[in-house]
Design a protein around this ligand. Structure first.
Ligand SMILES: CC(C)(COP(=O)(O)OP(=O)(O)OC[C@H]1O[C@@H](n2cnc3c(N)ncnc32)[C@H](O)[C@@H]1OP(=O)(O)O)[C@@H](O)C(=O)NCCC(=O)NCCS
Length: 230
């Protein structure tokens, strides 16, 4: 999936969600001329009002009656809760209702032509995705991350800002990769893993891992450093 597909009219879309992620997605999609956000949707149990961001808020259960799936596409805007399962279950529900999902790729991201990106992905500004990279469905890549050549990212993954994923690395499905994490080239982590911020993954880590980042080494501040040494 690439930006700048040939289409003259903006694609009408519905954003699923009314939280922080939906607010961010609404802002980004709204300034992108490719899309027209026409409504929001949430499960009936969370629908307390009729509008959100001055747009209709429709119960998910009635969505296809108001916005048929052959005319409207959807973006599921949920964060990484329960290792991305909140977003995955909503994505599955939307797919079962027959909708296609759009992916947002920032015009300020760099995506090489041979990379593939699935649907319902959100690629923020200053992300670099290099030659031969494969990214599954329902993946979020936050700003300033680099996914280097021939790396693979599974489905329902969340990559926080500033990650450096070196060439041929593999990230399994449902993973959360904390901010500023580094994967060495060919490093691998299995499905359902949580990687704390600032981690360095140099080899193979099996699935269902919790990678705990190193704690900062804190010592009392030495007032000597405040003295005038000129
Ligand atoms: C690792 C991190 C989650 C917690 O760091 P911490 O507070 O220094 O680490 P702690 O060892 O005290 O663990 C705290 C929590 O981690 C989780 N945790 C720790 N070990 C775990 C394990 N083996 N399995 C699952 N969860 C575990 C638990 O939720 C724990 O909370 P609890 O104490 O209530 O059980 C956090 O530092 C981190 O990396 N967060 C990601 C930040 C980020 O990248 N955000 C991106 C925003 S876009």
């Amino acid at each position: 999936m690439h930006r700048n597909q040939n289409s003259s009219d903006p694609q009408p879309i519905i954003i699923v969600g009314i939280g922080e992620t939906a607010d961010i997605a609404h802002e980004y999609f709204s300034v992108d001329e490719q899309y027209d956000v026409v409504a929001f949707s949430v499960s009936a149990e969370y629908k307390k009002t009729d509008t959100y961001q001055n747009k209709p808020l429709i119960a998910l259960e009635n969505l296809s009656d108001v916005f048929p799936s052959d005319q409207y596409k959807v973006f599921v805007a949920l964060s990484s809760g329960r290792l991305n399962r909140d977003r995955q279950s909503m994505y599955d529900q939307i797919k079962q209702q027959g909708y296609s999902c759009v992916s947002y790729i920032s015009p300020r991201a760099f995506v090489w032509r041979t990379a593939s990106i699935g649907e319902n992905c959100f690629i923020f500004e200053n992300v670099t995705i290099q030659h031969g990279v494969s990214i599954g469905n329902n993946v979020t890549v936050w700003s300033n991350s680099c996914i280097a050549h021939q790396s693979e990212v599974g489905d329902h993954v969340f990559i926080a800002p500033g990650c450096m994923i070196c060439g041929y690395a593999k990230i399994g499905s449902f993973c959360f990769i904390g901010a500023n994490t580094v994967f060495a080239d060919h490093a691998t982590i299995g499905d359902n893993s949580f990687v704390g911020m600032g981690s360095v993954i140099s080899k193979t880590i099996a699935s269902h891992a919790f990678v705990r980042p190193a704690k900062p080494f804190v010592v009392p501040f030495d007032r000597h450093f405040l003295e005038d040494r000129s």
